[in-house]
Write a protein of this length. Structure first.
Length: 119
């Protein structure tokens, strides 16, 4: 499992690096808020909210090629739907996966591109 699957992400954007750069920038901006919401919903054992936020995170991560984050969000979504009382164990895994994604050299390179795909 990789932190960033650039090939998969490029397939999702029909090979357009400019679009992928925008998707990555959106992901880098959006995920911290999703993680905050997940922290709150997990603390309060609001399983339906947790499942919805994990689903949103899964889609965001998948579009950006954040493979490990995607799979961890999928696991959390399924656990929350089952009202797994041990779902809190995913908090650090999600944070670690996001940190690894955003520090990946490919993500840093692509997030610095302009909309036309140029650095």
């Amino acid at each position: 499992m990789t932190d960033f699957d650039e090939e998969d992400a490029l397939e999702r954007t029909a090979g357009d690096r400019g679009i992928l750069a925008e998707v990555i920038r959106f992901t880098l901006e959006d995920v911290p808020e999703i993680l905050k919401g997940l922290d709150s919903s997990l603390n309060d054992k609001r399983w339906q909210d947790t499942a919805k936020l994990a689903h949103k995170l899964k889609g965001t991560a998948g579009a950006a090629g954040a493979s490990r984050l995607f799979l961890t969000a999928l696991d959390l979504e399924l656990a929350a739907r089952d009202e797994d009382t041990d779902s809190g164990r995913y908090k650090s895994s999600l944070s670690d996966a996001f940190d690894s994604f955003r520090s990946h050299p490919g993500v840093r390179r692509l997030s610095s591109l302009d909309a036309g795909g140029d650095a």
